[in-house]
Design a protein around this ligand. Sequence first.
Ligand SMILES: C[S@@+](CC[C@H](N)C(=O)[O-])C[C@H]1O[C@@H](n2cnc3c(N)ncnc32)[C@H](O)[C@@H]1O
Length: 363
Amino acid sequence: MNWTSPLEADIRRRIMAAGPMPVSEYMALCLTDPAHGYYTTRDPLGARGDFITAPEISQMFGELIGLWVAATWKKMDAPAKINIVELGPGRGTLMKDALRASQVMAGFREAAAVHLVEISPALRAAQEKTLQGYSIAWHASLDEVPEGPAIIVANEFFDALPVHQAVKTAHGWHERLIEIDAIGKFAFTTAPEPLVRFDLLLPPIVRSSPIGSIFEWRDDMIAMQIGRRIATHGGAALVVDYGHIESDTGDTLQGVGRHAYADPLTAPGEHDITAHVDFQALARAVEAMGAQAHGPLEQGEFLRRLGIEMRAATLKSKAPIGAAAGIDQALARLSGHGRTEMGRLFKVAAYAHPSLGVPPAFD
Ligand SMILES: C[S@@+](CC[C@H](N)C(=O)[O-])C[C@H]1O[C@@H](n2cnc3c(N)ncnc32)[C@H](O)[C@@H]1O
């Protein structure tokens, strides 16, 4: 007998009551449903979890981001108070490594007030453990963070935000929905009516794409909040994620469980669902609020400019015998160009107040 999880039963009920559900609504329920969502109920990170992120691969990642944050604060003329905000901090590993490394910048730690924006009670508990001894404020959303100059960091946060999909037909773009098919399974379908005036919003390359193309977009709200904060109070944001530099078509929705691909339409809430980040759309939303976009750079290039090779050499010189190979592997994984490495797939973009000029590592 097939087992139906409470979340699957809830999604079925919703579809039967209201009709097929937009992909974005399905993704939001799968990831952040308050009772049964994937992130809400567990810590999925690490070698024994479902996937591993850059800060969990090596301390070098968080340390170099910490140096970037401290150097950006210095470039802002070292304000006496600065909000250091991380969106979706996972286990808190990046922030812990960043705070340790940023001690090298005199005055930074005294100026910094750390704010973590986390929706998941399970991951917030993990962050509290990792960051014991630090003074931290937690928030459920960015708009709860006090106003003021800020440096915002987000690693693999935007790819976890719900994505909409639309399919191009001879009669226009139709939103992609999820229905229950004839054999009772979740399946993709499209809305009967086309999206109104949707074409006008699309970049030319997407507008001229062939019938059957899929276009993905996200709600701009968080990107606009970032842009508004930076433009109003000063500061910068650093976004690291996998995605495309220019808006384009393509179905990038995927499930990930136990370090392998999983069908996003099966076992909702039991594995991760992600979609690539459209960096051009992010930049457009942030710039609409008055901040300036820089990059994106490939992650490998960004980390090399910040000195990852030197940091790896220092760590190796102090490491116990036998640990050097692990450091080399981490270096390759974070900055290499291979298919299973992150150096090319992941991109890093910065958004800054125009008075800041070019942020560190982006010149
Ligand atoms: C893929 S994990 C990345 C974790 C961490 N940044 C890292 O690199 O290890 C996504 C993170 O974003 C959080 N998250 C997802 N949606 C969120 C939302 N709408 N608001 C706040 N946090 C969210 C998750 O709980 C998790 O901490």
